[in-house]
Ligand binder design. Structure first.
Ligand code: ASP
Length: 322
């Protein structure tokens, strides 16, 4: 029988409502959660680890990189066939993407959690964990990078985003849809994903700021970010990758100071492209030296740019990685 390491790392899956404040707080241990995944012993040997009980808004780059190292050490063991990690859903896509970009192992790594706490009717933690473990034991799940498993659907960490603040199927892949499903405890994949480049980064010394574009925005936020010493800027631009004209000077100053600027779209779906030639249009930004971030949402482009600028200072190399 295959052995799967289950790493408990907080989130709603390990929360219950505290009656005094009438709100969910961390309270369930890994053992308590595993005891609700009834019958799993027929599928895999489970080794549980308590990594943290963090709500995911408390995640930091430091914790993400520690989790990456912890996971790599487990995957290096010959007796471990795959790793399942729990995570709060709010920043799950950011950690999942960081793990995807830093873990080289071919063994399955599956991240899951819950949209409802242990106090709510329809607590989805145990079923998500069961489906994740069934995924981790599957040979088909190897060499697919980090996977995110919720509500019987599998999405690639490089593509997924949290698209709903409350639904059980909160995790979706814009543009393409899920990569597979878990049906009757069996995993089925429908398509491949692009393999992601890998980074060897031990510490994020230079952070990346994310700025969301709105109509009539000027360069003040960009100027602030430059002054604060950020190492990179991601701009969630309008539509195909355009910004209001008043932001162009800020972008020019950042680029002149050697700060890479990545442009993605604030639209939920679609790629950015240098389609428009007017002031602030994508063509102008591209000519200035801005990097286009394809279909990535801003929060994930930030993770990638942070790993990129903390592993190389070569601007052309950074551009190539996007
Ligand atoms: N706010 C919670 C968290 O991200 C939500 C969840 O886990 O579903 O930790």
């Amino acid at each position: 029988m295959k052995k799967i390491a289950v790493v408990f790392n907080g989130g709603t899956i390990s929360m219950k409502v505290d009656e005094r404040i009438k709100a969910a707080v961390p309270s369930l241990t890994g053992e308590e959660i595993m005891s609700m995944v009834t019958g799993i012993e027929e599928f895999a040997d489970i080794e549980s680890y308590s990594f943290s009980s963090l709500p995911s808004p408390h995640m930091t780059f430091k914790t993400m990189l520690e989790l990456s190292k912890f996971t790599k050490d487990l995957l290096d063991r010959n007796d471990i066939d795959g790793v399942v990690i729990t995570h709060g859903t709010d920043t799950l896509e950011e950690t999942a993407y960081l793990l995807d970009l830093t873990i080289k192992s071919e063994k399955p790594v599956v991240i899951t959690g819950a949209m409802r706490s242990g106090s709510e009717l329809g607590y989805d933690g145990p079923s998500n964990l069961a489906a994740s473990i069934c995924t981790a034991i599957s040979d088909d799940a190897k060499k697919r990078g980090v996977l995110v498993c919720f509500n019987g659907e599998l999405n690639s960490a490089s593509e997924v985003t949290k698209a709903n603040s409350m639904a059980l199927n909160a995790f979706r892949t814009p543009n393409f849809g899920p990569i597979g499903i878990v049906d009757n405890n069996k995993v089925m994949f429908y398509r491949e994903t692009k393999s992601t480049e890998k980074y060897d980064v031990e510490e994020i010394k230079r952070d990346v700021a994310l700025i969301k574009c709105v109509a009539d925005m000027d360069s003040s936020f960009i100027d602030f970010v430059i002054e604060k010493g950020y190492g990179g800027i991601v701009i969630e631009a309008l539509g195909r990758g355009n910004v209001p004209p008043k932001m162009v000077d800020g972008i020019k100053s950042a680029l002149n100071k050697g700060i890479p600027v990545v442009v993605v779209s604030r639209c939920f779906e679609g790629r950015v492209h240098e389609s428009y030639g007017y002031e602030g249009g994508g063509k102008m930004l591209k000519d200035l030296g801005v990097i286009f971030g394809d279909t990535l949402p801003g929060q994930k482009a930030r993770i990638k740019l942070a790993l990129a600028i903390n592993s190389t200072i070569d601007k052309e190399e950074i551009k190539k990685q996007f």
